[in-house]
Design a protein around this ligand. Structure first.
Ligand code: MN
Length: 231
């Protein structure tokens, strides 16, 4: 192919115990998927169908990287999340077949400009500017599903400077991974390379330059992110 400008390198995620990397095609995120977090955001966890939003693929960033405090916000939040990586595409995937489409799992952080997100929500506008900014999707190395088995339970925690801020269990997901992937695949053709951030537990809050944020999920590699000064 003869391009008129140099095409961008694909966004990628590290793979645990490997030099190879996982190429990222798209990033889907699930909103409001743990009861207590739905309540803290001022909504009713009545098991409405899950809803999705997206981030650019190149918002994904490795663990152990310092992220500059983002522009245009005064209320920058962490959100610990289980990330599911799709290794085999599919359309209208049945719940019982979802595991065949999963490459693996990782600890993720759905970084959020909360003030922009809430202002957009109040105005009935899209969430993009609150969610889909540069470096907004830190992701730790992926663990293959062959090694972890299906992740349906296990603790998920987030700490800031060693202080515990979020603590839940994957079993508390309102919509579990099989349901999320199945439902998402009714709306779009899932493709290999897609990542799904599956929602955050209660306890979200602000972070500032100098903070060190650690997301930990039982059986996976920690995600460590340092917040730096504004760019
Ligand atoms: Mn989230």
């Amino acid at each position: 192919m003869n391009y008129v400008i140099e095409p961008p390198a694909p966004a990628t995620v590290a793979v645990a115990d490997s030099d190879a990397r996982f190429p990222v095609r798209r990033v889907f995120c699930v909103g409001r998927n743990y009861d207590a977090h739905v309540r803290e955001m001022g909504k009713n966890p009545d098991r409405d169908p899950p809803f999705f939003f997206t981030k650019p693929a190149d918002a994904v960033v490795d663990s152990e990287i310092t992220i500059p405090y983002p522009p245009e916000t005064e209320n920058f939040h962490y959100e610990a999340e289980l990330v599911v990586a799709i290794g085999k595409g599919g359309f209208r995937i049945d719940k019982k077949d979802v595991s065949k489409h999963i490459f693996g799992y990782a600890c993720g952080n759905d970084l959020t400009r909360r003030d922009l997100q809430l202002a957009a929500r109040e105005a009935g506008r899209p969430w993009d500017w609150g969610k889909g900014f540069d470096l907004s999707a830190p992701c730790a190395p992926l663990h293959r599903i062959e090694d972890t088995g299906e992740l349906t339970t296990g603790s998920i925690t987030l700490s800031v400077n060693g202080e515990l801020k979020q603590e839940a269990d994957l079993a508390q997901l309102i919509w579990d991974v099989n349901e999320i992937v199945s439902i998402l695949s009714r709306s779009i053709h899932l493709q290999k390379g897609d990542l799904i951030y599956t929602g955050t537990p209660a306890g979200v809050g602000p972070i500032i330059p100098g903070d060190v944020v650690v997301v930990r999920i039982e059986g996976l590699t920690d995600l460590v992110t340092t917040i730096g000064d504004p760019a």
